[in-house]
Design a protein around this ligand. Structure first.
Ligand code: NAD
Length: 243
C-alpha cells in the first residue's frame, strides 16, 4: 500500500519542495504541519513523518513518533553534537532515517571523501568549504558536518581538530587540523568542496546542488524505504545500499 506522508515544517522551503515532489511522484500527503499545528493528530493520519523544520523541534517530534510508533525521516540540521547524542537513543526507538543531506550525489561524495582521506593520508591537508543561500540559519551545514566527521574518523582525530574559519595571526597550519569555511549569499541551494592539499598537488571533490527537489525526492525515497524497516537509526547510505 502507498505510504502516506506527514510533512513537518510544511511552510518552509524544504517542506514545500517535499509537497511538490510527493505530487510529482504520486505519493499521498496525509497532513502538512508547521509551527502551531497539532503534529500528534497529523501523525495519526499518516504512516511516515518527513521533518524539515527546526532542530529545536526534533525532541518533541521523536517523542510523538515513539508514542504513536511512526517511522521518521529527519532532514533538519543544526543540532549540536551534544544534542544529537541525546536525540539518537530516542530516534533508535522507531525506524528513523536521519541524514544531513538526502541527495544521491552528495551521498556518493561522502563515500569518495572517505576513500580519498584513506588513500591520501595525513600529509594532505583537508579543508571543507560550503556555500548556502543568505537565509540559512545554521553553520556549518549538516552536509559539511558529515564530511568533517568522515575525515576525522579516517584520520582518527576528534572534533578538537576542527578549525572554523581563520582570522588574524593564526601561525602556520598544523598537520592535524581540518579547516571548515561557511560562505553565505544569494540563493545558492548548496555547494560543498572537500580539498586535500599537499606540496605539489591538490585534489578537490565538489558537489553543487541547484534544485532542492533532489533533497525532497531523496527524503521521500527514504520515507518509502523506512516504512518497512525495524526500529533503528539509518542514513542515506543504508537507503541507497552504499554501505
Ligand atoms: P525554512 O526556514 O524555510 O523552513 C523551516 C520551516 O519549519 C518553517 O516553515 C518554520 O515555521 C517551521 N518550523 C520551525 N519550528 C517548527 C516546529 N517546532 N514545528 C513545526 N514546524 C516548525 O528552512 P528550510 O530551508 O526548509 O530548511 C529546514 C531544515 O532542513 C534546516 O535545518 C535545513 O538545514 C535542513 N535541510 C536539510 C536538507 C537535507 O537534505 N537533510 C536539505 C535542505 C535543508
Amino acid at each position: 500500500m502507498a505510504v502516506r506522508i506527514v510533512i513537518n515544517g510544511s511552510r518552509g522551503r524544504m517542506g514545500q519542495a517535499v509537497a511538490a515532489a510527493a505530487q510529482e511522484l504520486g505519493l499521498v500527503v496525509a497532513a502538512a504541519v508547521d509551527v502551531g499545528d497539532d503534529l500528534g493528530a497529523a501523525l495519526d493520519r499518516g504512516d511516515v513523518v518527513v521533518d524539515f523544520s527546526s532542530h529545536h523541534a526534533t525532541k518533541a517530534l521523536l517523542e510523538l513518533a515513539i508514542a504513536r510508533r511512526k517511522p521518521v525521516v529527519v532532514g533538519t540540521t543544526g543540532h549540536s553534537a551534544a544534542a544529537k547524542a541525546e536525540l539518537l537513543p530516542l530516534a533508535a526507538r522507531v525506524p528513523c532515517v536521519w541524514a544531513g543531506n538526502f541527495s544521491v550525489g552528495v551521498n556518493l561524495l561522502f563515500a569518495l571523501t572517505r576513500r580519498a582521506a584513506a588513500v591520501l593520508g595525513a600529509d594532505y591537508d583537508a579543508e571543507v568549504v560550503e556555500m548556502h543561500h543568505r537565509f540559512k540559519k545554521d553553520a556549518p551545514s549538516g552536509t559539511a558536518a558529515r564530511l568533517l566527521e568522515i575525515i576525522l574518523e579516517e584520520r582518527k582525530l576528534t572534533a578538537a581538530a576542527l578549525r572554523h574559519g581563520r582570522q588574524g595571526i593564526t601561525g602556520e597550519r598544523t598537520p592535524t587540523e581540518v579547516g571548515i569555511h561557511a560562505l553565505r549569499g544569494g540563493d545558492v541551494v548548496g555547494d560543498h568542496t572537500v580539498m586535500f592539499a599537499a606540496l605539489g598537488e591538490r585534489l578537490e571533490l565538489t558537489h553543487k546542488a541547484s534544485d532542492r527537489g533532489i533533497f525532497a525526492r531523496g527524503a521521500l525515497r527514504a520515507a518509502q524505504w523506512v516504512a518497512t524497516q525495524p526500529a533503528g537509526v539509518y542514513d542515506m547510505q543504508d537507503v541507497l545500499g552504499l554501505r
